[in-house]
Design a protein around this ligand. Sequence first.
Ligand code: FAD
Length: 415
Amino acid sequence: METSNNMNLLIVGAGHAGSELAVAARNGGWTGGITLLGEETALPYHRPPLSKAYLTGKSDAEAIALRPRSVYESANIDLRFGARMEAIDRVGHRISLADGSSLPYDKLALCTGGRPRPLACAGLPGIGAANLLYLRTMGDADAIRARLREGSRLVVIGGGYVGLEVAASARALGAHVTLLEAQPRVLARVAGAEVSAFYEAVHREAGVDLRTGVMVEGVEMAGDEIASVLCAGGERLPADLVVAGLGMLVNVEAARAAGLAQEGGIPVDEFSCTVDPDIVAAGDCTLQQSAHYRRELRLESVPNALEQARVAAAWLCGKPKPPTAIPWFWSDQYDLKLQMAGLSQGHERCILRGDPAKRSFSAFYLHGDRLLAVDAVNRPAEFMLAKKLLGQGCIAHSERLSDETVPLKELLTSA
Ligand code: FAD
C-alpha cells in the first residue's frame, strides 16, 4: 500500500473510471495535486444514456454529466480536456501529449476505456462512409440523432446491447429499423438462449426487422454515403443510416508501447495495480484476475469501472480495499429493465421464473445446483436478492425455482 503526500497524481481518461478515481482519491485523503486529463472536451458524462434517453432526446448533455464542474473545483482537481496522451515514459515519469507537450507524474492512473470496433467488410472505402456511424461518445450520439427521423431507414449491424438499444431508441423516433446479427441469436456472448429469444420477439413486436445468422458482405456506395448494405446470400438493404455495434477495442496503445498492456487490455491485480508500482489502471481498458471466477476477465460496465476506480484510489491513499461486488450490468430497451448479475458462461441449465409473455421474469443460470448468474427482466427485487447471494456463493433449489408461490429467498441459500 502507498501513502499520499505531496505527490502528483495524473489520471488519463476522463470517463466513468477517471472521474471516480479523481474524486475518490481526494476524498480518500490524497493531499497532492490531481490532474484529470481526457481526450474528449465535455465534462465526464454517463455513457449508458447515449443509446437510450440521450439518443431519443429525453435527456441532454447537462443531465448526463457525471458531476458538475463545481465538484472538481472544490476538490481542487485540475481538468485538462481535449488532450490526448500519446506515450508513457515510465523511467522519466512523464507522459507526452498529441500537441507535443509533456506532463510529469508521481503516480499515473490509466482509465482510457475503449473505442468501437470498426466494421470490416468488402466494398467499404478505407475512411468509411459519412452515414456509417458508431456509438461511444456524446458526439457519436449527436451524429446518429441528427440523421434519425421519422421514416428514415436505419440498418443496425450487431445484436449486442448497444445495437439493440439503438434499435429500440430509433423505433421510438419512428425510424424503420433492420437489425443484422451474424450469430444465430442476439446477445449470444452475454445471455442464455431463452433471454435472446425473448429480446428477439420483443424487437420484432416493436417493428424491428431483426435477422440473425446474417453476415454483412459489403456495401453499395452513392457518393461518400452507403446506399445499401449487402448481405451474404445476395440481399440488398437500402439504408439512410448504418450504425455498427460490434463491440469495442481497448485504448491501450500507449500502455502497450510502455510494456504495461497486451492486446486485450492492461493486466491489473486486485488493487487495480499494474506491473509498475507507480501506475494503476481502472475500467474497460483493464484485464483483471477475478478471485470469484478464478480467471482473467475484462468487464465492460459502469459498476466495474467505478469499483476499480475506488479500489485504485484507496490503494493510492493507503486506505483498506473497499468491498467489491460480483459483476453486474443493466440494459434498458422499450419498457424493459434488464438487470444482470454474475456471468452465465458455462451454465448447464437455465431456469425461468415468471412469464416472458408478461414481460416480467428472471432467468437463473445454474451449474449443478450452484447459481452462476441471473438475468432479471422488470424484476428488481429478484435481481437484488440474487446479486447479494451470488457474491457469497449461492446454492439454488432448482426443482422449485420456477414456482412463484415459493418466495425466492427460500430457494436460494449461501453456499
Ligand atoms: P470510458 O467511459 O470509455 O472513458 C475513457 C475515456 O478515456 C474516454 O473519454 C476517452 O476519450 C479517454 N481516452 C482514451 N484514450 C485516451 C488518451 N490516449 N488520452 C486521453 N484520453 C483518452 N455499461 C453499463 O453498466 N450499463 C449500460 O447500460 C451501458 N450502456 C452503454 C451504452 C453505450 C452506448 C456505451 C458506449 C457503453 C455502455 N456501457 C454500459 C458501458 C460503459 O459505458 C463502460 O463500461 C464505461 O464507460 C467504462 O468506463 P471507463 O471509464 O473505463 O471508459
